[in-house]
Design a protein around this ligand. Structure first.
Ligand code: IFM
Length: 805
């Protein structure tokens, strides 16, 4: 079933049926002011932190309520509806609507009883408040009097938990008043006698507002229950039914902002206005509303244009044209925007994450960076610096990097204080190893090899060059080896549900470690660090031999060893005998021989692949889980217990592509690509334009249903799998290799890529319908000897033509 379509020109997803199987949401704003809005206007806003800066209330797991509601009422018939289908939920035979989610804005159009409305929700670029820009038009042939009411449900406390559960406190600190064209909410208003900067019990007055610009306010309300009315709900608030709000504020109940304007519209006439919401002092709020009051339409138009041109500009650095619309729309717009959102928000705020995690997960964040390197490498570099500054001087990563991170002064998992504050009791085996591909990708994208000489502090004390940081990460793994001499599993590896312990060993980490040494050898060569190169060569050879000897099991790589020496993931195990990640990573790391790679990938295809992607392992744990197999707590076919863990899909795409298997690589992409399931919304449920953390596997009765939208490592790994793998864009320190792996049926494809200050027009031709390979490459008409373009061949506008066959 289909609920909408992609408008690729405008980079919008257009929802044509509002009764979607789940809230389909969009992200507005930036780290200063975040806002999430669903296709039915459900959602919330926050300043800096979803947990501690929450302005608008949203009740999780509760049918997408409340939200940024705009009600319309015909004062003659007393009939009312909303600018989004919900919350009033009119009969869809009579109520026609569209919701356009774009890059950092959402537009909703509705037509009902001869009245057309269009609301545009956005956060102006660089500002920390939000705008609900509204146009109401009378399309009927008689004059109409229409009440417009904007409703914003404020939290009583900026802390999400306090607002939701500590009612004996949070209700008694909040009140609202009216100020000309605004409802002003104050929290801890009784502290208003304090001087600037003074605090009582660390608290001062917090101010929020809902303002209306462009039209005069006729009536207002500042208290939720008075607005809704007891035994009423968001779909039939008494304030809207009555046609006039009570003009009273809140004192010791739930605060809200509700403002009504009365519009008299001649036939064909339209009126523009804007509701404004934020957390601002009274005079700042007054100035904000005033800015929109005179030329509301022009101001909003200009701000939206700025926003669109900023985001479209970011996406323009890498654009493709292939025979697959699904692939184009994901790479050009939606996967890319998804990558930016995970890059910005990590796992902080969505309809699944409420923001209570008070920091960045180390591995998640270092992985997320990879998804934006080809689009915004310098933005990525800043985050890489930040993550390097969260590496402990022993080389390990801080499992959780606090939002208040203070490089050089942090405590670590070795300190009880860190454990108590973050809930992370120990180091994880993989965290710092993610730095290797991420730093390598940044340096290769930009050619800025000197980056590795930049000095960056460690999290707890001291500082070192990026090169030194990477060496310490190697040292960390070297100092945490298990019984056989492979990297220990520690508290977890990539798989949070696999606790192999300090003497157990992880094949995945061993493969990451092997790969890390390959990368570091390249940096060491640049540094002319001969002694270290020979150390890495010997260590890598030894590790390689161990992995070969201990982990290859006829046609697959095992998953590791428990502390007791039990093998995980061997062919004969009754459960979890085939794991996805060790197979893909054996290829990505460069460890597996060609024969092993072919065999292992074939096993993945036969044993793990499904129509919605490859499952993480099989069969699911049920009766034979070892102590550290935490995945058994999940229902079979769910998350790490044999779910289709979508992040791993990116790695299998990459592995197949590296082997030149274009058909398979693209097949894996399509199986789990949101856009490719646009007509299966009733099965997938999640938005068809963003990735989810996992899809229920074949052991689930809901096979194909997907969960945990937007903020997932899937966005970046699939992006890398597609850009480096399928499209074959593989820069290194000194140039760009182009080695696509594509479906045979493609005649070719085109890429527009900004690269090191030049613009590349890349045309790949495939007349012989190969799935990979190389026949000829020309750069600005000059034929080169293979598929590698050295940096000195690049010109401001570089024409590249590659023949695969
Ligand atoms: O790798 C982890 C990630 O850090 C958090 N979500 C689950 C993934 C797999 O366990």
């Amino acid at each position: 079933m289909k609920y909408g379509y992609f408008d690729d020109k405008k980079r919008e997803y257009v929802i044509t049926r509002p009764d979607t199987p789940a809230p389909w949401v969009n992200y507005l704003g930036d780290p200063e002011y975040g806002a999430i809005v669903s296709n039915n206007a459900g959602g919330y806003s926050f300043v800096k932190s979803g947990a501690n800066g929450r302005i608008l209330r949203y009740v999780f797991n509760q049918f997408d309520e409340p939200g940024r509601y705009i009600y319309l009422r015909d004062n003659e018939t007393k009939d009312f509806w909303s600018a989004s289908w919900q919350p009033v939920g009119k009969d869809l035979e009579k109520y026609k609507s569209e919701c356009h989610h774009g890059t950092a804005y959402t537009r909703m159009m509705a037509d009902y009883s001869g009245i057309h409305s269009e609301v545009r929700y956005y956060v102006p670029l660089g500002q920390s408040y939000e705008v609900w820009s509204l146009c109401v038009e009378n399309c009927s042939d008689k004059e109409r009097e229409i009440n417009v009411t904007g409703y914003a449900e404020f939290t009583n406390n900026s802390n999400y938990e306090q607002d939701q559960v500590n009612l004996q406190y949070s209700q008694y600190i909040t009140k609202t008043v009216f100020r000309g064209n605004r409802v002003r909410q104050m929290i801890h208003a009784n502290l208003d006698r304090l001087d600037e900067g003074e605090k009582v019990d660390n608290k001062d007055v917090t101010n929020r507002f809902l303002g209306l610009a462009g039209v005069p306010v006729d009536s207002w309300c500042g208290e939720k229950e008075a607005f809704l009315g007891r035994y009423h709900g968001y779909g039939n608030p008494v304030g809207v039914i009555d046609g006039k709000l009570n003009c009273e504020g809140n004192y010791n109940e739930n605060s809200c902002g509700a403002l009504t304007a009365v519009l008299k519209l001649a036939p064909g006439e339209k009126k523009e206005m804007a509701f404004l919401v934020g957390m601002k002092k009274n005079d700042e709020a007054e100035a904000i509303v005033a800015r929109y009051d005179q030329n509301c339409q022009q101001v909003c138009e200009r701000e939206l244009e700025e926003l669109i041109s900023y985001w479209h500009g970011q996406l323009s650095h890498f654009q493709i044209k292939t025979p697959s619309n699904e692939f184009n729309t994901m790479i050009n717009t939606w996967n890319a925007y998804n990558c930016f959102m995970t890059f910005i928000w990590s796992r902080a705020a969505s309809f699944t994450y409420c923001g209570l995690r008070n920091g960045y997960g180390y591995r998640d964040t270092v992985q997320d960076i990879q998804g934006v390197i080809h689009l915004a490498p310098e933005m990525a570099a800043d985050k890489i610096r930040f993550m390097l500054s969260a590496q402990v001087d022993n080389g390990g990563g801080l499992p959780l990097v606090k939002f208040t991170h203070n490089p050089g002064h942090e405590d670590t998992p070795d300190d009880a204080s860190y454990v108590q504050e973050t809930g992370h009791p120990a180091y994880r085996a993989d965290d710092a190893l993610w730095l290797f591909p991420t730093v390598y990708k940044y340096v290769s994208e930009t050619g800025n090899v000197d980056f590795i000489d930049e000095v960056i502090p460690f999290a707890n004390k001291d500082e070192g060059t990026v090169y030194e940081h990477l060496k310490r990460a190697i040292q960390f793994s070297m100092e945490h080896l298990g019984k056989h001499g492979m990297p220990a599993g520690l508290y977890a590896d990539w798989n949070d549900c696999l606790r192999l312990g300090k003497d157990g060993e992880s094949t995945f980490v061993a493969l990451q470690f092997y790969y890390a040494m390959t990368i570091l050898k390249e940096f060491a060569a640049y540094e002319k660090d001969e002694e270290y190169i020979s150390y890495l060569e010997k260590s890598q050879e030894k590790l390689g031999e161990l992995i070969e000897k201990l982990c290859w099991n006829e046609d697959r790589f095992i998953r590791g060893f428990t502390e007791a020496g039990e093998i995980i993931g061997q062919r004969t195990d009754p459960e979890a005998n085939m794991w996805l990640n060790p197979q893909s990573w054996a290829v990505i790391s460069g460890l597996a021989t060609k024969e092993q790679s072919e065999l292992a990938l074939e096993q993945v295809y036969e044993r793990l692949n499904t129509e919605y992607g490859a499952i993480l392992m099989d069969p699911p744990y049920h009766a034979h889980a070892f102590d550290g197999a935490l995945a058994v707590i999940y229902n079979a076919g769910t998350k790490e217990n044999a779910g289709i863990f979508s992040q791993s899909q990116g790695w299998i795409i990459l592995a197949e592509a590296l082997m030149g298997h274009g058909e398979r690589a693209f097949g894996y992409f399509m199986e789990n690509a949101p856009a490719a399931q646009n007509d299966k919304a009733e099965i997938r449920r999640l938005e068809p334009y963003c990735y989810g953390q996992f899809t229920e596997g074949k052991a689930s009765p809901n096979f194909g249903r997907s969960h945990v939208h937007w903020l997932t490592g899937t966005a970046s790994t699939v992006m890398v799998g597609c850009v480096e793998g399928i499209l074959g864009m593989r820069p290194d320190f000194y140039g760009l290799r182009i080695a696509p792996s594509i479906p045979k049926e493609w005649d070719g494809f085109e890429v527009e890529k900004d690269f090191r200050g030049c613009h590349l027009h890349i045309k790949v031709q495939n007349p012989g319908h190969a799935e990979s390979g190389f026949k000829k490459l020309t750069v600005n008409g000059e034929e080169l000897k293979d598929n590698y373009i050295p940096q000195d061949k690049l010109t401001a506008e570089t024409e590249v033509e590659l023949y695969l066959s």
